[in-house]
Write a protein that binds this ligand. Structure first.
Ligand code: GTP
Length: 368
């Protein structure tokens, strides 16, 4: 990402700053999130948060406050004051997690502008931020929500809007949702609305703040945008998002190489008789031996895939090892874990850091 002007064809958004929420424990991504918070997990060669920040920067938003809690210190250690990205980053730490709206309220004294874009720190999104802010200002909204249409809205709470795009309700998950549009985890708030959130206690933006605003007659606007959108909260979504970034299907200004079938990072050794495809990332100092096939997977630094092994739609943590002829499909292998030769790991199985599964030919479909 280059420091300087806004992205191609875009003017900088004026009078707008951003808050990114990065304090969650990321329990669904365990064991990967035991060693790093979800927004810091290596994704297409850089910590995931870099992609989010690159989108903000491309829209000309340069002042960003990060709401941190879980492993709070690692964000500042990596990103510092943000100058390398052409941004000004600030960090606010919650001693106890304050949930989403509590976290937004907790950074209020760092805000300077009238309009504040808020992003969940685990969303990969091509939303047009100019369009989102335009909708917000055009309707003089108190808050504007990016909404996405999904194939199966039963898995989400849905957000109906009227003919003018005004939000009419926040509905819990149901088997028969009346609309297919859901909250995409990205909002614009008027700053006084942020200041009206009760301070110092956990508050959920979806369960408390938005329904409360609606009940009080505030104007909540929906902004439907059909660009790329993915919540990287689960292992399956994480590998998909990473592969989409590597192949250029997901938007980012922070990809460290040109889009392609694979991203091979520094000093990784990939045998000429191995195949690495489907947007896989091979982390620094990894080894992929002859006959191995890695597809649609993310390998953190120093992972090792031995000869004739198959790794599909999976994440291998730092220093993890997959033995000769082993098969890992849809698996999450913790840092330093070892999958013995000829073992087979089925979809959804997770191996905890440091666990060693002996060579056996056994099939594992559960957590180990
Ligand atoms: P799971 O435990 O797997 O549900 O993940 P999570 O903890 O990240 O929760 P969730 O995906 O619902 O969070 C959405 C976004 O809000 C993520 O970017 C989180 O980092 C962030 N977030 C969630 N809870 C808090 C909190 O208490 N404080 C802060 N600062 N951010 C939070």
């Amino acid at each position: 990402m280059s420091a300087g002007s806004a992205g191609p064809g875009e003017s900088a958004l004026r009078g707008v700053e951003a808050v990114v929420l990065v304090g969650g424990r990321g329990t669904r991504l365990r064991p990967l999130t035991l060693s790093a918070p979800k927004p810091m997990l290596p994704t297409a060669g850089v910590p995931f948060l870099t992609h989010v920040l690159s989108r903000l920067r491309a829209a000309g938003i340069t002042h960003v406050v990060l709401g941190t809690s879980y492993q709070a210190e690692v964000f500042a250690e990596y990103f510092g004051d943000g100058a390398a990205l052409g941004m000004e980053l600030e960090y606010v730490v919650e001693q106890e997690p304050l949930d989403t709206a509590g976290a937004i309220r907790n950074v209020a004294d760092r805000l300077r502008e009238q309009d504040v874009v808020v992003f969940n720190g685990d969303i990969l999104s091509g939303v047009d931020l100019h369009g989102l802010v335009h909708t917000h200002r055009h309707h003089s909204a108190d808050a504007t929500l990016h909404l996405v249409k999904v194939d199966d809205p039963r898995r989400f709470g849905c957000v109906p809007t009227d003919a003018d795009g005004r939000v009419t309700a926040f509905l819990e998950k149901t088997d028969d949702p009346p609309v297919d549009q859901v909250n995409a985890g990205c909002y614009v708030f008027r700053r006084p609305v942020i200041e009206s959130i009760p301070p110092g206690r956990p508050v959920s933006v979806e369960r408390e703040t938005f329904p409360g605003l609606l009940a009080s007659g505030a104007r909540l606007q929906g902004h439907v945008d059909a660009s790329y959108w993915l919540d990287l909260g689960t292992p399956a979504a994480f590998v998909r998002g990473s592969a989409d970034l590597v192949r250029g299907a997901a938007p980012s200004e922070a990809l460290p190489a040109r889009p392609g079938e694979a991203l091979v990072l520094d000093r990784a050794e990939v045998s000429s008789e191995a195949s690495v495809t489907g947007g896989s990332t091979i982390g620094a100092d990894c080894v992929i031996e002859a006959g191995a096939a890695v597809t649609g997977s993310t390998l953190f630094a120093r992972a090792h895939v031995e000869a004739d092994a198959v790794v599909e739609r999976s994440v291998l943590g730092a220093g993890a090892r997959v033995g000769k002829g082993a098969v890992v499909r849809g698996g999450v292998i913790g840092d330093g874990a070892v999958i013995g030769a000829e073992c087979e790991l089925l979809d959804g199985a997770r191996v905890w850091p440091g666990v060693e599964l002996p060579p056996s030919g056994v099939r594992f479909s559960h957590d180990c």
